[in-house]
Design a protein around this ligand. Structure first.
Ligand code: MLT
Length: 240
């Protein structure tokens, strides 16, 4: 487990790398694919997003941009999972750039298998890992501009705990780093009060100030969406 993309080595040696940005990029990505989006192309840079998306049929694309928790001006969408309704996203490609989540994805995009996880699709991600059994899995929290985020860490813990339960082993037997134990401990403490935890989180507080109560609630729900966002061509997520 890595708490921020900055802590991830430049050479990605994991067999499978998972980006987590519970508030809200990877929750939004799961919602978009679950509601019928064709694919999701992720960018760290807004200008590059604009340039690449120009070449896409206007009726088949949606530009989603967030900076500092707010929608980027002139974009179709911000970064709320609740905006990704079936009517809006069906059969379209989402071109997305967010403050931290898409940067985390960029950092791991050279891994042989790249997934995104949120609390909402935790079970689907765990099922995939149990099926494929990749030897080394890196779980990378997006954090906030280089700092640790409670919501991403608790999700990493939720994945690890569920994996251990399904494998019938103890957390220590998963042979992770200290951050893994830390993440599981956080999850065990807060697992029945995830929404409350989000109200203590710095980005949770930021979203509440921006009137994001409904997003916080949606993002705190565990195992509500059966979808596996997986990288197809580099930089593009599709349904697994
Ligand atoms: C990010 O990438 O930092 C987040 O997803 C921010 C947000 O809540 O939109």
């Amino acid at each position: 487990v890595f708490h921020t993309p900055e802590l991830v080595p430049d050479e990605v040696t994991a067999d499978c790398a998972i980006a987590i940005d519970v508030l809200r990029a990877t929750t939004t990505m799961a919602a978009a694919l679950a509601n019928g989006a064709d694919s999701i192309q992720f960018f760290s840079d807004l200008d590059e997003l604009q340039r690449v998306s120009e070449s896409w049929d206007a009726g088949k694309r949606l530009r989603a941009g967030e900076r500092g928790g707010q929608k980027v001006e002139h974009f179709d969408l911000g970064n709320s999972p609740l905006e990704c309704t079936p009517d809006l996203v069906r059969d379209r490609r989402l071109f997305i750039s967010t403050t931290n989540g898409t940067r985390a994805l960029k950092k791991i995009q050279t891994a042989p298998i790249v997934l995104t996880a949120a609390l909402t699709n935790r079970e689907t991600v765990v099922r995939y890992l149990l099926e494929k059994q990749p030897e080394t899995v890196w779980i990378v929290g997006a954090g906030w501009e280089g700092t640790f985020a409670l919501e991403d860490t608790v999700c990493a813990g939720a994945i690890a705990q569920r994996l251990a339960d399904q494998m019938g082993c103890k957390i220590g037997e998963l042979s992770g780093n200290d951050e893994l134990i830390d993440a599981v401990t956080l999850y065990r403490h807060w697992q029945t009060e995830l929404l409350e935890l989000f109200h203590h989180a710095s980005h949770g507080k930021r979203l509440v100030r921006l009137d994001g109560h409904a997003d916080l609630k949606y993002c705190s729900e565990l195992d509500t969406v059966d979808i596996l966002p997986i990288q197809g061509e580099t930089g593009v997520l599709v349904r697994g």
